[in-house]
Ligand binder design. Sequence first.
Ligand code: SF4
Ligand code: SF4
Length: 327
Amino acid sequence: MFKFMRKHASFRHVVQFLFAIIVMYIGVTFVLFLNQLVNNPSASLSRPAGVEAFLPISALVGLKAWLSTGKFDPVHPAGLVIFLLAIIVSLFFKRTFCSWICPIGTLSEGLARIGEKVFGRNFAVPKWLDYLLRSLKYLILFFFVIVIFLGMSGVEAAAFLQTPYNMVSDIKMLRFFQHLSIFGIAVIGLLIILSVLYENFWCRYLCPYGGLLGLFSLLSPFKVTRNQATCIQCGQCTKSCPNHILVERAERVWSPECTGCLNCVQQCPVKETLTFKAPKMPWFLSPKIVAIVLVFAWFITVLMAKLTGHWETSMAMEMYRALIPMN
Ligand code: SF4
Ligand code: SF4
């Protein structure tokens, strides 16, 4: 199986595929859950808690409330668990969440491959504009951090979690996509076109979640590391980097833009010249080990969260039934 993967796909693609399947399953189950809630209240299909992964703002408020009051978000606990896990993963293994797990990252990558096929390459924005656009995601991030962490007290954050708006924010999100306005279609259409033309457009310029994980990833002990003694300066690493990082010139890749995709490591023709390692450690993490660590970390965390009651919402179905007609 590993021989097959080396030939046809990377370990990262297999992990991306696995999480894409999980997200699709969650999406379908959530639609069925909502249909049942509206049309057949007596049925008993349960709500997939994993849908809360798509509520990062609610998770940020939940984090503020938890840090201030010590009370773990009872409304969207899975959202907070996933948010914390993404941060912890970034603290150790760079932004591997973005390039190995996040379904938006996977979609973005797929769109860029379509662009490559159609136009023979992905385009690049001028350097000055690239710097300017990259700061956008941090501006959006700082806006949310200021509003939530400085503008709200712990009590206010905890109270927000209990508002009807937050309680059914997952349903609002689904309905937004089910009943897209002309403006919504235009914005999503534009983002798709830009993602086809420019690799990682959303992740590189606009995603505040990625921006946050990038800042935490600066502390990651594991970084792409180049052995200058054995490097033959072929430039394959730089060429394969979706984030335009000059890997061939770095001793260690510190950039918060590095998503830990390890494309560069896989493309390097000289054995063990480019590795994903911590300083002063004689060993390194191969893509296979990163795949195993990430999958294991996610499944064990979800299992622990389920077993300790930090996964399913405390909201009763009656509450959903009462709130749905209003939304
Ligand atoms: S190709 Fe290498 S340097 Fe570029 S994002 Fe991936 S791991 Fe980081
Ligand atoms: S791909 Fe490997 S050998 Fe080539 S420049 Fe990068 S680190 Fe050096």
